[in-house]
Each structure stands twice: as C-alpha cells, then as structure tokens.
Design a protein around this ligand. Sequence first.
Ligand code: HEC
Ligand code: HEC
Length: 368
Amino acid sequence: MRAPLAVAALAFVAGAALAAEEWHWTIPAWLPPPPVPADNPMTEAKVALGRHLFYDARLSLDGTVTCASCHDQAKAFSDGRETAIGIQGAEGRRNAPGLANVAYLPVLTWGNPLITSLEQHALIPMFGTAPVEMGSAGAETAIFDRLSADPFYADAFPLAFPDRPAPDLFTITRAIAAFERTLISANAPYDKFKREGDPAAISDAAKRGENLFFGERLECYHCHGGFNFTDNIVTSRMKMVERGFHNTGLHDPVLPGGDGIAAFTLRPEDIGRFRTPSLRNVALTAPYMHDGSVATLSDVLDNYANAGRFPDTPHKSSLVMGFTLSGTEKADVIAFLQSLTDEEFLTDPRFADPWPDGHPARVNRTMP
Ligand code: HEC
Ligand code: HEC
C-alpha cells in the first residue's frame, strides 16, 4: 500500500551519513510532494520537534490550549465546533478547518489572501489577538524559557536547528510548519478506487455520487477539483500556484460589513468571497463553512441546490446557480464525500500526541 516507504528506507540505509539530513515523503507514487521553502528544509529531527510543539499546551499563555485543542486528529484536525474557542473561553469568529494536506495550500485561512506560508501562519494562533487563541502575545520570553527548561527540548532544538539551537519565533514556527507538511491524506477509499484502480474500494452509491460531483448539473468540481478537492493548490512540480476565492451565496446581502477577502482587498466585489476548502475527510469536519453555520453535508447540498443560502447575494459565483437533486442522488453525493475519509490519516501514530500522561506539556490542558 505504501510502496514509496520501502524505497525511502533503502535510500536511507544506502545514503549513510547524508541520509540523516534527507527527507523522504511517505506518500503514494501518484502524488507529487508538496513544495518546501528553501529556508526550512524537512528533517526527521525538525518534524519530531514540531509534533511535540503542536501538542504542547505550554505554548499557550496559561498552559491550557494546544494546537490540537482546535485541530484534533480524530476529526481530521478540525474541532467539531461552529467557531473556535481559545484560552479562557475567548470566542473566535471562524470555524477551525481540518489540516489534511495544508502543505499543498498556497494560501491559508478562510479569507486572508496575505497568509501564504505555514511558517508565517503559525504565529497567528500563538500570538494573535483578534481573536485570542493561545493568548501568548507579549509573553514570548516566558514561553521560550518554559520550553528551554524541558529536558526533551534541550536535546530536540539543537538536533533540529544545529546553527540556532534555542526556542525562539524562528525555530518554533519552522518546526511546527515542518510537522504540518507531513499531515498528508491521500489514502482514502476514493484514492484506492481512482488512483490504485480498486473497483471495490467505494460503493456504487459513491460512484454515482462521483459522477454527480464532477458533472455540469452540480458544478462542484470547478471549485473543488484536483487531488485535494480545492482550486487552491501548489505542488513541488507546479510553476504557477492556483488560488480560488468565491462567493457561494452564504453571505446575507443586507448585512453591512466587508467579510471575506474584501476585508483585505477593499474591493466590494470581494465581499463574501472565501477560499475554497479542501473536501478531504469532509465527513469528519462538520460543522461547515468559514463560520460553521452549516451543520451537515445534507444542509450543504440543500444550500447549493438553493443557489446559496441567499440566492440574490451580489457578486455570487456564476457556478452557484442551483439545481434539483432527488433523495437518492443526494445520498449518492454524500456517499462520495464520505469516500474521502482516510482512516489511516486519522489514526496514523506519526501524527498523534507524543507526550506521556502527566507531562507538563499536557497536565493543565482544559481542552482535549
Ligand atoms: C482556539 C482554536 C485554535 C487553536 C488553538 C489553533 N488553531 Fe489553527 N485555526 C483555527 C481557526 C479558527 C482557523 C481558521 C482561521 C481563519 O480562517 O481566520 C485555523 C486555521 C489554521 C490553519 C490554516 C488551515 C487552512 O486550511 O488554511 C493552520 C495551518 C492552523 N490553523 C494551524 C494551527 C497551529 C500550528 C496551531 C498551534 C500553533 C493552531 N492552528 C492553533 C483555530 C485554532
Ligand atoms: C464557485 C465555487 C464553488 C462551487 C461551484 C462549489 N463550492 Fe463548495 N465551497 C466553495 C467555497 C468558497 C466554500 C467556502 C465558503 C464559505 O465558507 O463561505 C465551499 C465550502 C464547501 C463545503 C464546506 C467544507 C468545510 O470544510 O467547511 C462543502 C462540503 C462543499 N463546499 C461542497 C460542495 C459541493 C458538494 C458542491 C457542488 C454541489 C460545491 N461545494 C460547489 C466553493 C465552491
């Protein structure tokens, strides 16, 4: 199933000393690796460090919240809430998206076209103030000291960053980003059907749903296309990245304000335009949309069938024109979306919490 792993292991042995610094993606052969920034090469040591940081509540001001508090592996790294809740109950206004295949996204978050790297993004949950998530703004030195005092990090930072061995904004964000790049989901039943040619990997209902999803009546694939089911994509083999922001008619036209990318571009036609999310593991990332306002996949389809929640929203995409779908057809599309659930990804021990019970990294956590 994971043939590239065997090849990688061989190369590792053969490569002797050099191999320790080489990184081998354990991804299916059909999938090009994601791009990696020149100033943050992948190494085993860095990924291991990043994983520990991702699950370390000491990155939050009061030691209660980790990245995983809002990005839970069992939910494909989403949190099941409509909108996120940070330390001391601080309320966010956006839904926490899953993190599968974030390495392939050229632009991050629902509606900020300016966040283009995982390194840059990792600062936001830790130090952002609107909304407060981990609440650590102004407490940077205290956080670095906490980490420095931990025996695990005393070894792990120098191993990952021989030239700059201390916890600081540079090393923390780079290690977390390197770990996030490994969160690749490409072994769903649909992949086995589509990429590995196993006709029995998905149900007949899911196959009918696939045809509907990729058909001109529903138009889904125009925005949710490609291996990651989004028109926001970059791989290590692409010269140009693709970005897609659309208004799908969720936005109430009588509401004032410029939500969506208009908040950054200041163009009225960008009001209500959000980045197309990936649909990988979408059965597990409910509730849906930038504001978590759509509870189920059935409700998602009802909205699209209705040409949006607010069909008359100005600047709505011309691809969201509405359609009728029988009960069976709706169940078929949902079966197709469920075939994108990658059990291996949800239970992969390489992505799980590495800290033992009772460790200071987890002892004060108030959220799972
Ligand atoms: C309090 C909940 C919360 C915590 C804690 C949190 N996040 Fe998030 N995360 C969110 C929300 C909400 C969004 C969407 C933000 C937006 O669109 O404005 C998000 C978005 C992201 C994204 C962008 C995903 C995409 O599809 O564009 C990444 C990557 C991410 N978070 C990683 C992290 C990391 C790494 C940490 C820890 C350093 C972390 N998050 C901590 C709630 C959280
Ligand atoms: C015009 C582009 C476009 C088309 C066509 C489109 N979508 Fe979307 N889709 C989006 C965007 C953009 C969002 C996020 C909207 C938001 O949060 O306001 C989204 C969100 C979703 C979500 C929520 C995912 C999550 O993690 O919250 C699902 C599910 C979904 N779409 C499925 C579909 C299906 C099924 C179809 C076909 C019936 C479809 N989409 C057609 C652009 C599109």
